[in-house]
Design a protein around this ligand. Structure first.
Ligand SMILES: Cc1cc2nc3c(=O)[nH]c(=O)nc-3n(C[C@H](O)[C@H](O)[C@H](O)COP(=O)(O)OP(=O)(O)OC[C@H]3O[C@@H](n4cnc5c(N)ncnc54)[C@H](O)[C@@H]3O)c2cc1C
Length: 383
């Protein structure tokens, strides 16, 4: 009997596996694929991280702790994970301020309360800093020097390797088909094996609605997102040494675009850019994984060319990735209604990675001691 079985070893499951095993728990990690992989929510090399988290004050302790843990993991493994190359939040002028169109200033308010350095300036000042970006009059820009990017697949691989080193058992290619509370423990059934554990963490990302039906599944919606890489004439101008990420929030969600700096050891010699869409929901089994030439051209023409003229329309790669959202876009970390021995972690909603290793640590601490240094209550797990 294991202390904890973790179902799904992506960003969240790998983090729980690392922390639980180094807290001395016996850990079994199961995944239907071999993570890190490109079927779920944790691929495409990099994720934005910001200490000034405009999504809410309660996230800040988790991202701050995650930065410390990424540094610790770098020291343990020698693999560069966190590039604090800075980041811009840019919001276009809007007639009405809401949570989204006011994101630059909401981030400023949260940064001030948390004591995180964050400077706000106007379109003219941004044009001076970044002459290669076409910034419209009336835009507001916030800059956080401590923001940056995290190497996401590498972080998953490093955490799994560390977990294995301190004794975690991991089994890849194991599709969990059922999780059943049985007396004082939980049974985990895969296509070909049965395992027993005192606690189970379900960290199955976009597959969660399939595995945990009922009230949890009803609150989750999965959407197809596309990540693009385009060629640029001068790649050095887009490196982590010269280009802070840009999160550009225009009038509607359909106009959102984010541009990432290129890490020094990127496998793709171009610039990563992505948009967002929430209209069409899908499932990991049904999603269209192909990105058509028309889709790529349309994205570049509408969202990239008018803002980033230095990014050419020569596509190097495009990948589909999945968001799992709750109705209010916050995380869901809850006990399964069938048993508080089963914890469901669905902290995606498009902004989960930056917090992932600290969330995994907090869940692992709860399993080991019944409490955690950082409270998970804001996400649904009562203290
Ligand atoms: C395009 C995109 C951009 C993003 N950008 C950012 C960003 O800039 N900053 C940020 O902080 N966050 C960002 N996010 C969100 C972040 O990446 C996610 O919060 C995070 O990766 C979710 O990880 P997860 O572990 O929940 O899911 P996943 O990584 O998908 O892991 C789930 C795992 O469960 C396994 N699994 C599923 N079902 C079963 C089963 N039945 N049996 C066994 N195993 C199973 C899967 O194989 C998979 O390995 C982005 C997400 C996307 C898609």
């Amino acid at each position: 009997m294991y202390d904890v079985a973790i179902v799904g070893l992506g960003a969240m499951g790998a983090a729980v596996a690392w922390h639980a095993s180094r807290l001395g728990l016996s850990v079994l990690g199961l995944d239907r694929y071999e993570p890190p992989h490109t079927h779920g929510s944790t691929h495409a090399e990099t994720r934005i991280t910001r200490l000034a988290v405009g999504e809410g004050d309660h996230y800040i302790p988790f991202v701050a702790r995650s930065h410390a843990l990424w540094r610790e993991l770098e020291a343990l493994t020698g693999a560069p994970l966190l590039h604090q190359s800075g980041g811009y939040i840019l919001t276009d002028a809007a007639e009405e301020a809401d949570r989204w169109t006011d994101f630059t200033m909401e981030t400023a308010r949260i940064a001030e309360r948390a004591g995180v350095g964050y400077e706000v300036f106007d379109a003219a000042a941004m044009r001076e800093r970044q002459p290669g970006i076409v910034v419209p009059a009336g835009a507001k820009v916030g800059f956080e020097p401590t923001a940056g990017i995290v190497m996401c697949e590498r972080a998953v691989a490093a955490q799994l390797a560390q977990a294995q080193e301190v004794g975690a058992h991991t089994r890849f290619g194991k599709h969990v088909t059922a999780i059943e509370p049985v007396g004082d423990h939980v049974r985990v059934i895969t296509d070909g094996s049965v395992h027993e554990a005192r606690h189970v963490v379900v960290a199955t990302g976009p597959w969660t609605p399939e595995l945990v039906p009922g009230t949890i599944a009803e609150r989750l919606s999965v959407t197809r997102q596309v990540v693009h890489w385009f060629e640029v004439d001068d790649l050095d101008a887009w490196s982590v040494d010269t280009f802070p990420f840009v999160m550009w929030i225009a009038g509607t969600i359909d106009d959102y675009v984010a541009a990432f700096p290129t890490p020094p050891d990127s496998a793709i010699r171009g610039v990563k850019v992505l948009g967002e869409q929430f209209d069409a929901t899908t499932t990991p089994g049904q999603v269209e994984r192909n990105v058509s030439a028309e889709e790529i051209a349309d994205f570049h023409r509408r969202l990239v060319a008018p803002r980033f003229p230095g990014i050419t329309d020569r596509s190097l790669r495009a990948e589909v990735c999945l968001y799992t959202n709750t109705p209010d876009d916050h995380f869901l970390i809850e006990a399964d209604p069938r048993s508080d021995r089963i914890v469901v972690m669905s902290p995606c909603s498009g902004h989960g990675f930056k917090h992932s290793t600290a969330l995994g640590e907090a869940v692992a601490q709860r399993l080991a001691t019944g409490g955690s240094d950082l409270s998970l209550e804001p996400f649904g797990l009562a203290s």
